[in-house]
Design a protein around this ligand. Structure first.
Ligand SMILES: CC(C)(COP(=O)(O)OP(=O)(O)OC[C@H]1O[C@@H](n2cnc3c(N)ncnc32)[C@H](O)[C@@H]1OP(=O)(O)O)[C@@H](O)C(=O)NCCC(=O)NCCS
Length: 217
């Protein structure tokens, strides 16, 4: 489990997905990937969770102490809603993003990363990608790869930021609209140059979280 902090007492964690998370993850998946949703179902998640080659993670807001609840009492309503402090952990609204990848030999292939609509641009997608790369490294992967819609500039910007480069194109890969997929891959994630840049990006992410905090003060 990896914990990310936005301010003292306000956290979200990224940790392995459980069966009980399926309905909320499915909801985010449907929102984030409307074109692909038809191909996924609750039972396919269940199969994926039982498959030792596949890892799913979720980003989940965390209930804090009454002291920290008092700290956010004066925050704007969107902030209180976002961090959901009146509820206990792992209630449906707690999950704000998910990611999944499968391992094939020494390649970790990202299936999806999705952040709940309305919770974007706060660093959650980046936290999910950081955790994916770290987890892939502990599973002995040497590269992380993915396919992304040619039109999905936002996701490509995120992946480029983390050193993914375009390796090719799959023509008419997405059956929903015949769109091409761009194939992206990292360099060797265990290499010194990759790790140096990755650690710098992780530090930058932590600083960005501090900026989010400044925004709500
Ligand atoms: C792609 C996605 C996961 C990003 O999640 P997010 O939590 O909003 O992203 P973050 O706040 O962590 O942003 C991280 C980086 O992503 C890029 N990014 C995110 N949103 C962006 C936007 N609207 N415009 C341009 N770049 C953007 C930037 O590089 C950003 O870093 P920066 O803040 O230094 O500029 C989210 O937009 C999403 O769920 N989209 C729908 C599903 C999808 O396309 N998934 C990816 C394909 S698998």
């Amino acid at each position: 489990m990896v914990e990310f902090q936005l301010m003292e007492g306000v956290h979200y964690t990224v940790h392995p997905m459980e069966y009980g998370d399926i309905p909320q993850v499915a909801q985010i998946d449907r929102e984030a990937f409307p074109g692909e949703w038809a191909t996924r179902s609750h039972s396919s998640y269940r199969q994926d969770l039982d498959n030792s080659s596949i890892r799913y993670i979720v980003a989940c807001t965390k209930k804090d102490s009454s002291e920290s609840r008092e700290q956010i009492a004066g925050k704007p309503p969107w902030f209180r809603r976002l961090f959901n402090h009146e509820r206990s952990p792992r209630t449906p609204e707690d999950i704000i993003g998910f990611g999944g990848f499968w391992m094939m030999m020494r390649e970790a292939h990202i299936i999806a990363i999705g952040v709940r609509d309305g919770h974007r641009r706060l660093g959650v997608g980046e936290a999910l990608l950081i955790t994916t790369i770290d987890l892939a490294a502990t599973l002995n992967a040497n590269v992380v790869t993915l396919e992304v819609r040619a039109s999905n500039e936002i996701a490509q910007t995120l992946y480029r930021k983390y050193g993914f480069r375009v390796m090719g194109r799959r023509v008419r890969y997405y059956s929903s609209n015949g769109e091409d997929a761009i194939i992206m891959s990292t360099d060797d994630i265990s290499s010194m140059p990759f790790q140096a840049s990755f650690q710098r990006l992780k530090r930058g992410h932590a600083q960005r979280q501090a900026k989010n905090l400044a925004r709500v003060r």
